[in-house]
Design a protein around this ligand. Structure first.
Ligand SMILES: [Zn+2]
Length: 454
């Protein structure tokens, strides 16, 4: 008997831009047949009135530390509830664990979602002894980092991720040389820009220069937090110009007007508030005795000194500029999720339903088809996932079933991990992972080696 069928499935066909309605027959983890499924199956889901989408592929995510008993996969479980079935983690220059350990853990225990992984440049720097974020690495440190890239290649990372804003001492030259250690063609570089706001265009120019010198495509990270501060026009024009000249550069964006990062990072160095034209009250703490409170100068300085690891939320962006980014066909959805001991920004629990509910249904910024494209087939092609991101015979049965009339995020800045509404089922590899909005199996995910060739 076959495993499962989803009857009355309304689903997007991205090659024609049309909606189709059919039954999906699922067996051994793949969509075996599309059409009338008369076969008996172990289980049947009736999707009448709902949308069946390929599972969302999070282009820009962060992983949880696997060594933490308490928070291992905390973020991934929140992501799963909002329909994410595959995530590209290790972004912004950071990893928690050695890739070998991470892969071994998932191969043994499974994970809530499928994972691809970037190697974080800043983590490599720290492991190589380049502990001062304001200093360039030495020749010896860089050689050690190159060796670590060589070793990690056995586990098929997507490529290098950079977090220039967090490590101002990193030079473009160091990055280009490190990229050279990947050797083969076809890796992708994900970059958290060097400086935001008025520095958007020069930051993008640096990415273009790195792409030209290295030959690697660049994924610009969360363009909203770089440029939705009054500079989105300039930033999008710079990207369009580079793309017109043949540079392989695209971007991702999360649907919020606040970013989130550690209060002790270089992001909050001298001059940041002037640059954003904001004051200390733009910052909200996410943990500790002043959780969910906005800062004063005193509270900001005290927390930065005493709890530099605390995640804080910074309300500095404009929603119209986030919408403007999403209208561009080369900008896809990425959550930038990553809860810090269960605290942080609602994007880890709300990004996808928020785009579908707020930006598609309520504000009509995008059509449903356009939004789903940015969540599925576009990141799938960026990550060279040949059997994910579309509902086609032979493709992986990573699916999400939601109600387009009710889907919405419920996570907010005071309750950042609230589950969304309107997402009924999530399937990972043909198994039911979420049912009725609740996680029923958080172990169906696998590590996905990146196909650097082709
Ligand atoms: Zn980042």
């Amino acid at each position: 008997m076959k495993d499962l069928k989803i009857i009355n499935a309304k689903f997007p066909c991205f090659s024609t831009g049309e909606w189709r309605t059919a039954d999906l027959l699922i067996h051994r983890g793949v969509i075996e047949k599309i059409g009338d499924a008369a076969e008996d199956t172990l289980r049947t889901i009736d999707a009448a009135g709902k949308v069946v989408s390929p599972g969302f592929i999070d282009m820009h995510a962060h992983e949880d530390p696997i060594r933490s008993e308490e928070y291992r996969f905390f973020t991934a479980l929140c992501e799963l509830r909002m329909g994410v079935t595959t995530k590209a983690a290790g972004n912004c220059g950071d990893n928690y664990d050695l890739l070998s350990d991470f892969v071994a853990h998932i191969e043994k225990n499974g994970s809530p979602t499928n994972y691809l992984m970037f190697l974080g440049q800043n983590t490599l720097r720290v492991r190589a002894g380049a502990a001062d974020r304001y200093q360039p690495s030495t020749r010896q440190q860089l050689d050690r980092m190159k060796q670590m890239v060589q070793e990690a290649k056995a586990f098929s990372p997507v490529g290098l991720s950079c977090g220039f804003e967090y490590a101002p001492g990193v030079t473009a030259q160091e990055t280009i040389e490190l990229l050279g250690a990947f050797g083969d063609e076809g890796y992708l570089t994900s970059v958290h820009f060097r400086k935001d706001g008025p520095h958007s265009v020069e930051s993008i120019q640096e990415l273009v220069d790195i792409s030209r010198a290295s030959g690697y495509g660049i994924q610009m990270s969360h363009i909203g937090s770089c440029s939705a501060i009054g500079y989105m026009d300039q930033a999008l024009n710079a990207l369009k110009e580079a793309r017109a000249q043949g540079v392989d550069i695209m971007a991702d964006c999360y649907p919020y007007v606040a970013f989130c990062t550690g209060i002790g990072t270089a992001v909050f160095d001298e001059g940041c508030f002037d640059m954003w034209k904001k004051d200390y009250s733009a910052i909200q703490l996410t943990d500790g005795p002043f959780k969910n409170q906005r800062c004063t100068k005193e509270l900001f300085e005290k927390t930065r000194k005493e709890h530099p690891e605390m995640s804080v939320v910074a309300f500095v962006m404009n929603e119209e500029e986030v919408e403007q980014a999403y209208r561009e066909p080369f900008v896809m959805v990425g959550s930038d999720c990553g809860f810090n001991k269960g605290c942080g920004h609602p994007r880890g629990a709300g990004t996808y339903p928020r785009v579908l509910g707020r930006f598609v249904r309520e504000k009509k910024v995008l059509t449903l088809m356009e939004a789903l494209r940015k969540m599925t087939v576009l990141p799938a092609s960026r990550l060279k996932l040949a059997s994910k991101g579309q509902i086609e015979e032979g493709f992986d049965a990573d699916l999400v079933i939601f109600d387009e009339h009710t889907v919405i995020d419920r996570a907010d800045f005071d309750h950042p991990t609230e589950a969304p509404e309107g997402i009924d089922y999530v399937l990972v590899g043909g198994g039911v992972a979420v049912e009725g909005g609740q996680v029923v199996d958080g172990t169906l995910g696998r590590y996905v080696p990146y196909a650097n060739r082709g």
